[in-house]
Design a protein around this ligand. Structure first.
Ligand code: PMP
Length: 428
């Protein structure tokens, strides 16, 4: 790692924090505003990670800050299960209206993405009276036991953590670049039903409309519809994990809107809180209502400050038309990357809906993933003041996740840095 703006703090961090918590940079944040972060030495960075797709509305959006401050002056915690509050109800009503699905919906709030997924699985199991869950290789759903099990990547997420939960199966996720067609995935599902998992014991199929950590791989057209049909034929709950794809990132409020399909249960987190921790599960009312009172919830679930932030985030997405802005920003980024790709044969694909974009690198002229090239680009970018992060099962993908509110001038500056960093990595 080349950029070390505070080596003394880095050694204290290494002494104090367990190394299982990986970090992609060693710059220590002192202040952040919209798409920029300043470290403790006052050095400025452009943030193309957005806290991993969290501050879609930018760091410290004035409306979000104002809503949180207002809430701070009223109360910070009562526990909704003890003394409820109106804002929680309002946010649930808004998500019920906005999550895809032309049916009555209900919502619960939780705190992290993993917790939302855990609850979605609990709810699906309760409603169906079945236990099996089907997920996809390359998918990411969290680090708790069930979500770690559902996650379709062994290292670093599963290695050494003992037996996984049972009754979970993985299918290949369609990825033409890696030689997996939609038909291959669906055929694998048919085979799974025949060989291992009778559909009558499957509670849910969970999938991301665009695989996030797995490499920003969008589901091909028609795939979601097929999964929907298979779920309907077999009484299986379809769970859309929109934790990373949600809240305008893909050019729609939810990525499922690109597919014209509604899941029975949708999980959300990240962008919902605009920087405050909150997650949600929204689904068919009769499914969500099946579990007995007390079976769902959590002390901090739907914390008042986070709920206030989330209500403000929904306002900002509408007022600033961030879905359209995601399309515009993503369009410009992809265009710029395409021009760079002419000079860099290591670039094998530029993809992603809206502003959920990624570029994948192989060893030039081969099918061999090139994580070393990616590492070099990320380092070059950081040297130039741009924070980039990677993804992909082989670590050979750079994902771009700047706030959707990024100022044009800052965005232009970042595009120049991206180009310069890729070309510098190419020079070696
Ligand atoms: N699902 C998806 C699709 C995610 O991208 C993530 C986080 N990267 C999670 C679940 C887990 O969220 P959290 O880290 O908040 O538990």
């Amino acid at each position: 790692m080349t950029v070390q703006t505070n080596p003394e703090l880095t050694s204290r961090k290494n002494a104090a924090i367990a190394k299982g918590v990986g970090m992609s940079t060693q710059i220590y944040a002192a202040k952040a505003e919209n798409a920029e972060i300043w470290d403790q030495n006052g050095k400025r960075f452009i943030d193309f990670a957005a806290g991993i797709a969290v501050v879609n509305t930018g760091h410290r959006h004035p409306k979000v800050i104002e809503a949180v401050k207002k809430q701070l002056d009223c109360f910070t915690h009562t526990c909704h299960q003890v003394v409820p509050y109106e804002n929680y109800v309002v946010l649930a009503e808004r998500l019920n209206a906005k999550v895809p699905g032309d049916f009555e919906k209900k919502t619960i709030f939780t705190t992290t993405g993993a917790e939302a997924v855990e609850n979605a699985v609990k709810i699906a199991r309760h409603y169906t009276g079945r236990s099996g869950v089907i997920a996809f290789a390359g998918g990411f759903h969290g680090r708790t036991f069930m979500t770690m099990t559902l996650t379709g990547k062994t290292a670093p997420y599963k290695v050494g953590f003992g037996p996984m939960m049972n009754d979970v199966w993985h299918l290949p996720y369609p990825n033409e670049l890696h030689g997996i067609s939609m038909e291959d995935s669906l055929e694998a599902l048919t085979r799974l039903f025949k060989s291992d998992a009778d559909p009558s014991r499957i509670a849910a199929i969970i999938l991301e409309p665009v695989q996030g950590e797995g490499g920003f791989v969008p589901a091909p057209e028609g795939f979601m519809k097929k999964i929907r049909e298979i779920c309907d034929e077999n009484g299986i709950m379809m769970i859309a994990d929109e934790v990373q794809t949600g809240f305008a990132r893909t050019g729609k409020l939810f990525a499922m809107e690109h597919h014209g399909v509604a899941a029975d249960i949708t999980t959300m987190a990240k962008g919902l809180g605009g920087g405050l921790p909150i997650s949600a599960v929204t689904g068919r009312a009769e499914v969500m209502d099946h579990a007995q009172p007390g079976g769902l919830g959590g002390t901090y679930a739907g914390n008042p400050l986070s709920v206030a932030a989330a209500n403000a985030v929904l306002d900002v997405i509408e007022e600033e038309d961030l879905c359209a802005r995601a399309e515009r920003l993503g369009g410009r980024l992809k265009q710029r990357l395409a021009a760079v790709a002419d000079k860099v044969p290591e670039i094998v694909e530029i993809r992603g809906p809206g502003f959920m974009n990624a570029v994948e690198f192989n060893v030039a002229g081969t099918k061999t993933p090139n994580p070393d090239f990616v590492k070099k680009v990320v380092e070059e970018a950081l040297e130039r003041g741009l924070i980039l992060i990677t993804c992909g099962v082989y670590g050979n993908v750079i994902r771009f996740l700047a706030p959707l509110t990024i100022q044009d001038a800052v965005f232009d500056e970042a595009l120049d840095i991206i180009e310069a960093s890729i070309l510098a990595a190419k020079k070696g």
